[in-house]
Design a protein around this ligand. Structure first.
Ligand code: AMP
Ligand code: MG
Length: 540
């Protein structure tokens, strides 16, 4: 459609609430916590809030829904996306899912503080599901309150949009509202509960279906409903796979394996650590979902996780994410096994995960280094040596790759001391502890840079071309934990300007943006041990 009219009234959004129309509802309609059997969702209304205020909204996500900016700046928008009332066509509900948390089956989890508002069909015919996070209790809230605090809502809002612009598959965020009410949280579960401002994010995605939606049905031996949900998912979220029939179940699972692998390659590319890769936090569409205690690698450390709840085992550490995604796919395979009843083809599909990840990772690493095409004869060793090098001294991953793009590879080999010193000057911007740089480190680096330059020369790539290519895949700006924390601190003081500034900055994370250089720097020393900057918990 070329003529595109922007909606000035939320009541003009066109809803087609297929999830609740085609799947069975919980018969119980009173909102109390319970096990919900034989149904995919429960109807529940958001809890009204006292004094909602719009902190920010994403103009781009509004545009996906055909919403006019004026509409998003009006009071009606604030009221609807803070959960005070539903616009025409909205039907609110919470869905039922289960999951493995930290490797253990946890039974029913469900949308404990997420309330879906329905699915918008935009003017291009694209389906966008809307979901409020933090809009009050649902039948799935277990012992918790169904609410969300400002700090975690700011983090979800900014990160969803930043990830999208980094090219990482993700759920999006339409709006960030203050509720005007406070929420009690014990941030580190250490007996220090405190009142924090409550907030609500409206998430937007083609669908919010998770691995756990399938798992809970199999765990309850509800195979007819499992089949129904799989058929529904193929028809709605994977229409390009054709009609759902048993042969297609395997094609579908293979596709989930492929999409998941692609997502993980992106996470490893930009240094994103999800922090809670439980199976209930895995999207069937391979989207990054549930931004909780996530973080960004600053100094390159494969063992790092921002999640203090996982500090002991580090199950969800950066370097383990590819294995965990595989494990989670194994759980999904178990869940759909009753529909397939053969192990071998499921294992073959999981091989597609491994192959897609390995190939994707090699291509991605080649891209990060400005190599035209991965060549196993030389590049496996080159990558492995680089990864070792990045850990020898504390090295900022993001800055390192951007600076590497600047060095001169068009040099006489073997690399002279003078050429090495020039390259080293660029790279030194990435080191956290200059005292760690000793002669042995410099020897390693010299040798690696020499091999690297030789490899680039083999490709015959000019410095300028290499820099251009590398800067398209290595971001200049990522949502460093301390940046999110500064934005939270200011927002808590009623100053929303940094949210706006970061939202705009992260729309072009690969551009130099010279006036924003201060956001590209290393994590400052004060942030090393500060809560919210280096340590986060699931409490949000
Ligand atoms: P998470 O670890 O945030 O993915 O959440 C795991 C489960 O706990 C999901 O079912 C969530 O909906 C639920 N949950 C997390 N926080 C809350 C909360 N404040 N109120 C109700 N349910 C919650
Ligand atoms: Mg979750």
């Amino acid at each position: 459609m070329t003529s595109h009219s922007k909606l000035s009234n939320l009541d003009d959004l066109v809803f087609d609430n297929r999830f609740i129309r085609e799947l069975p509802a919980d018969e119980e309609t009173i909102n109390h916590r319970r096990q919900v059997i034989g149904a995919c969702y429960s109807r529940v209304k958001p809890t009204p809030v006292m004094n909602p205020k719009c902190i920010a909204y994403s103009r781009e996500v509004a545009a996906l829904l055909d919403l006019h900016n004026d509409t998003c700046e009006g009071d009606n928008f604030t009221q609807v996306f803070a959960g005070n009332y539903l616009a025409r066509g909205m039907e609110s509900y919470a869905t039922c899912y289960g999951g493995h948390q930290f490797g253990n089956w946890a039974g029913q989890l469900g949308d404990g503080r997420a309330i879906n508002l329905g699915e918008v069909i935009n003017q291009q015919g694209k389906r966008w599901a809307l979901q409020l996070k933090g809009a009050g209790p649902t039948p799935y809230s277990r012992t918790a309150d169904g609410l969300a605090v400002l700090r975690s809502s700011v983090r979800e809002f900014l990160c969803s949009e930043a990830m999208y612009h980094l090219g990482v598959p993700t759920t999006r965020a339409l709006s960030l509202m203050l509720t005007g009410e406070s929420v009690i949280r014990d941030m580190f579960y250490n007996g220090n509960p405190k009142a924090e401002p409550g907030a609500i994010v409206c998430r937007v995605a083609p669908s919010f279906t998770r691995f756990g939606h399938f798992q809970i049905l199999t765990a309850r031996s509800d195979i007819p409903l499992l089949k129904k949900l799989v058929d529904y998912t193929i028809q709605t979220d994977f229409p390009y796979l054709g009609e759902p029939f048993p042969d297609n179940y395997l094609r579908w699972f293979t596709e989930v394996c492929r999409l998941t692998a692609e997502m993980i390659v992106h996470w490893q590319r930009v240094g994103f650590v999800h922090g809670v890769m439980n199976t209930d936090n895995m999207s069937i569409l391979g989207l990054t979902i549930d931004y909780g205690p996530y973080g960004w690698l600053e100094n390159y450390d494969p063992n790092w996780t921002p999640n203090t709840t996982d500090a002991q085992d580090r199950r969800y550490r950066f370097g383990n994410q590819p294995q965990i995604a595989f494990w989670n796919l194994g759980q999904l395979a178990n869940a759909i096994y009753p529909l397939i009843e053969q192990i071998e083809p499921l294992l073959q599909a999981m091989n597609v995960y491994t192959e897609t990840f390995e190939k994707g990772w090699q291509d991605m690493m080649a891209g990060k280094l400005g190599i035209k095409a991965f060549d196993s004869a030389t590049d496996e060793k080159l990558f492995a040596e680089l990864i070792a090098l990045l850990q020898l001294v504390e090295t900022d991953m993001t800055i390192f790759y951007r600076q590497l793009a600047k060095i001169n590879c068009d040099i006489q080999l073997p690399m002279t001391e003078a050429d090495f010193n020039l390259a080293f000057n660029y790279l030194s911007a990435a080191y956290y502890v200059p005292e760690q740089i000793n002669a042995s480190y410099k020897t390693h680096l010299h040798s690696w840079l020499e091999t690297y330059s030789c490899r680039i020369q083999k490709d015959n790539t000019s410095n300028a071309d290499r820099q251009l290519q590398m800067n398209k895949i290595n971001p200049k700006y990522v949502l460093r934990n301390y940046l999110a924390q500064l934005a939270i601190d200011q927002t808590e003081q009623d100053d929303f300007s940094m949210i706006e500034e970061l939202l705009t900055l992260f729309q072009k994370p690969y551009d130099e943006q010279p006036s924003k250089e201060k956001f590209a720097g290393k994590r400052p020393d004060w942030a090393r041990q500060r809560a919210g900057c280096s340590m986060l918990s699931c409490s949000s």
